[in-house]
Design a protein. Structure first.
Length: 277
């Protein structure tokens, strides 16, 4: 996780939201892991779904898919979960990156209510929940009209903005930037790409770009190239072999290294080395 949240103040915000709107709200971090929610106890229908490993896994996959879609859209959207309930999600954005997600969960649509109930019970049976149990549980969820749901989503989006304004979420930039730079310097001979770094530090490309711009003042590709060239200069000033310098700094093509070095310094690697030796 490269984001962190002020959980104490978030819990107060979620309590206020639920008191005003009456719909359960959850906050997830940038890796789709739950940060906090209110109320903590889900409705009986969801508890029945999650009572089986298959149902619990379905919830996890559904939440992750919703987060992924919100990240791509960069705006709120309403969807039907794997168990037939209506949910909504909005990304929590910070500095151009998505730092987390706010989800409205466990709603029943007021329009076509009976059809929605029938569908939820049918899906629950696929998770081993008897119809008599699922029927009573799903009818216990207050139905909401499309107007009410859309209004709640607008307020949810306002909550997301409030989280940003009040600094209730932040990137762990200082810590991760140090780790990224350390990794780059220790692996200069390897192929270092944005994908490599995203996989290594479990972050999205947009988050990586945000961290790089804030910590290094440039995109990550440019920063890797900068570190390589600076290290090459250091090696050559100490009298290192040119081919070895190229290889140890990730330049697989000797001729390309020489051209890149001259473009950067205004002289060839050999002439640069001769200045110091």
């Amino acid at each position: 996780m490269i984001s962190s949240f002020d959980k104490s103040n978030l819990e107060g915000l979620l309590y206020d939201f639920y008191t005003a709107v009456g719909i359960r709200i959850s906050i997830f971090d940038d890796e789709f892991s739950l940060v906090t929610e209110y109320p903590e106890r889900p409705p009986e229908f969801c508890a029945l779904i999650r009572s089986s490993e298959k149902g619990l896994e379905g919830c996890r996959r559904c939440d992750a898919a919703a987060c992924n879609r919100a990240k791509k859209l960069h705006k709120p959207h309403i969807y039907t979960c794997h168990a037939g309930l209506t949910e909504a999600i909005t990304p929590i954005q910070l500095g151009g990156g998505v730092v987390g997600y706010a989800i409205l969960a466990h709603m029943m649509p007021g329009e076509n209510y009976e059809k929605a109930v029938e569908n939820a019970c049918r899906l629950a049976q696929g998770y081993g929940v008897p119809e008599e149990k699922s029927l009573a549980a799903v009818r216990a969820i207050t139905p909401r009209s499309s107007t009410q749901i859309n209004a709640a989503v607008h307020i949810l989006d306002a909550v997301s903005a409030y989280v940003q304004i009040r600094n209730l979420a932040r990137w762990k930039n200082d810590d991760i930037a140090v780790e990224i730079e350390k990794y780059i310097r220790e692996n200069l001979a390897r192929d270092i790409t944005s994908q490599t770094l995203c996989e290594k530090f479990h972050c999205s490309r947009s988050a990586l770009y945000h961290i790089s711009m804030q910590a290094f003042g440039m995109g990550i590709k440019q920063y890797v190239a900068f570190i390589r060239m600076e290290n090459a200069k250091k090696m050559l000033s100490s009298g290192a072999d040119i081919a070895q310098t190229a290889a140890e700094n990730g330049f697989k093509d000797y001729s390309y290294f020489c051209r890149a070095f001259r473009r950067e310094t205004g002289c060839t690697p050999a002439r640069y080395r001769d200045k110091f030796n």
